[in-house]
Design a protein around this ligand. Structure first.
Ligand code: AHR
Length: 554
């Protein structure tokens, strides 16, 4: 295992990012007198196409995500489309949501999909996986699963928002046969099987054509407590001879968390032991990374290390971003281990859970476990994370922000008739322009931010971001993490002239700014046309901001 500092060094170089303080600025990259930073976009060095599925979502049957968040029921006073919250559908349609993962998370390995099909009034009520985590004030529908939202409703939700479904199968408590049958229920042609008839009876004669299948979730923990080797044996068993119906099924194996290189190595070693061709049965390796430890090195305890979503100081702001940028080295580290067994990198990374995880206390709806209120800090964090994903287009096939609504790094918050878009939701809207475009090598040369971290000097990179090109449309997204200083940068686009440009900026004078049911629009992006002159124009990035520059090349 490489030490963390070594990983950080490698990742910075590999991402094409140059850091230098004013003192060490190279004359080659010296910006003009007015600007102290430079962003160089190299048009003829594409890194690869940005999979739209990097802009994926995660909706677990946990607390208020499904019930109250997505599903309000057909008879609800809340405006709905066949029981699905209309405001959510309307907003999601504007951000091009590529894929949604359901029903978990840990919930998936306790879920029997058969409970969630057939007439709704006949469906059984079950104890939710998360019941023991719920507080006494938690609504009963969260503790006890009414099974009103199952496979049919999920498929309909995906269709309404124009997204692909990604189903996570139960490997811990159901046999492989049940997995086969779920695939059969979803994908067998109309009239072909008894399960296709059951689907048709529910009003869905046409197959759902589900491509993405998770084979368990966090199988090292809540998903079965397996060793990597034990899980590999199970994976082979579950993923062998699954009916295809002409669909190219993409199996996603339960992968590591954080820096667990041993899981990645142990799993692939065991898979390959049966023959290296076994590797080809795997589409993706799921990687989970939550940013939770804001203790500034004081503890590694899961509860004690967490910070507050709303009450934080400037050092907490930088701490979250520092912990978040570790994502880059985690991606590179697992990719390197994967190459030991999968030389041509058939298997891609599927980062199907990512985001900050704070301690309880900022819930908009009391009683909703794992609900937190995202602030401007989470917007900058999320933008920075998406920019990191763009720098690895060949490695990452999919990513799913945890989670869509009323949970962790939510894009939306909702309760009964209330609904609001969080700053994270605004970032997904701004960044959707990158989907499917060619990621470009982009060099950020900028002075570091210096701050005092509990009496010790600390630094963080001055500007971070990514660029992509689709035909003549260039999109440059940049975060300025400095809490109070703007940063002026020269933008160099070699061998191209700018025809027109627009800036869209998400920022606020208060780093804790957030939206709530009472103040739905406290934080929202603003756009304006720019007159960027010449080949190397300058632009001033506001402090504590996320900026998208949409540039039309001549
Ligand atoms: O997103 C919440 C939980 O975090 C998921 O259920 C689990 O997979 C992860 O540990």
């Amino acid at each position: 295992m490489l030490p963390r500092r070594e990983f950080l060094r490698q990742s910075t170089a590999a991402a094409g990012v140059t850091l230098f303080s004013k003192k060490f600025a190279s004359p080659l990259f010296a910006p003009p007198a007015s600007a102290d930073s430079r962003i160089e976009i190299i048009l003829d060095e594409p890194l690869g196409s940005i999979s739209p599925n990097i802009y994926g979502h995660f909706a677990e049957n946990l607390s208020g995500v499904i019930y109250d968040g997505i599903w309000v029921g057909e008879n609800s006073k809340v405006p709905n489309i066949n029981g699905i919250r209309k405001d959510l559908v309307d907003h999601m349609r504007t951000i091009n949501p590529s894929v949604v993962r359901f029903p978990g998370g840990c919930f998936a390995d306790s879920y029997n999909w058969r409970d969630g099909i057939g007439p709704r009034d006949k469906r059984p009520r079950r104890t939710n996986f998360w019941a023991s985590e719920e507080s006494p004030s938690s609504p009963a529908a969260h503790k006890y699963d009414p099974n009103q939202f199952g496979t049919n409703e999920f498929a309909q939700f995906c269709k309404l928002i124009g997204s692909q479904p990604y189903l996570a199968a139960n490997l811990r408590s159901l046999p492989a046969e049940s997995f086969y049958h779920w695939v059969e229920y979803c994908n067998s042609p109309a009239g072909s099987t008894t399960l296709a008839d059951a689907r048709a009876a529910a009003g869905f004669p046409d197959p759902f054509n589900v491509t993405f299948w998770g084979v368990g979730n966090e199988s090292w923990g809540c998903g079965g407590n397996f060793t990597a080797q034990e899980y590999a044996v199970e994976f082979r068993r579950y993923a062998t001879w699954v009916p295809r119906y002409g669909e190219d099924l993409a199996f996603i194996a339960s992968g590591p968390s954080d820096f667990s290189w041993d899981w990645t190595r142990g799993f692939l070693e065991e898979i390959a032991r049966k023959g290296t061709d076994q590797i080809r049965s795997i589409y993706g390796l799921a990687l989970h990374y939550y940013t939770w430890n804001l203790s500034r090195g004081r503890t590694k305890d899961w509860d004690a290390g967490k910070g507050d979503a709303l009450k934080f100081d400037p050092v907490d702001w930088y701490e979250l971003l520092r912990e978040g940028q570790v994502m880059d080295s985690i991606i590179q580290g697992h990719w390197q281990v994967m190459s030991e067994f999968d030389h041509d990198h058939h298997i891609k990374l599927v980062i199907d859970e990512w985001g900050p995880w704070y301690r309880p206390g900022s819930e908009q709806t009391p009683g909703d476990i794992l609900e937190q209120t995202p602030t401007l800090r989470d917007a900058v964090f999320s933008a920075m994370t998406l920019d990191i994903f763009h720098q690895h287009p060949e490695k990452i096939a999919m990513a799913n922000c945890a989670q869509l609504i009323n949970c962790l790094n939510s894009l939306y918050l909702a309760h009964e008739g209330n609904f609001c878009i969080t700053p994270v939701g605004h970032v997904f809207d701004m960044y959707s322009a990158h989907q499917g475009a060619q990621s470009l090598r982009t060099i950020f040369s900028t002075p570091d931010i210096h701050y005092d971290r509990d009496g010790k000097p600390a630094t963080f990179q001055g500007l971070k971001g990514s660029a992509s090109l689709s035909d003549k449309d260039l999109v440059l997204t940049v975060v300025n993490p400095h809490i109070s200083e703007p940063r002026e940068a020269e933008i160099s686009i070699r061998s191209a002239a700018i025809q027109s440009a627009t800036a869209t900026v998400l920022t606020h004078t208060d780093i804790r700014a957030h939206n709530s049911f009472a103040q739905k629009n406290a934080l929202h992006p603003e756009s304006k046309e720019l007159s960027l002159k010449g080949r190397n124009p300058t632009y001033t990035f506001a402090p504590a901001s996320v900026t998208k520059l949409s540039i039309r090349l001549a």
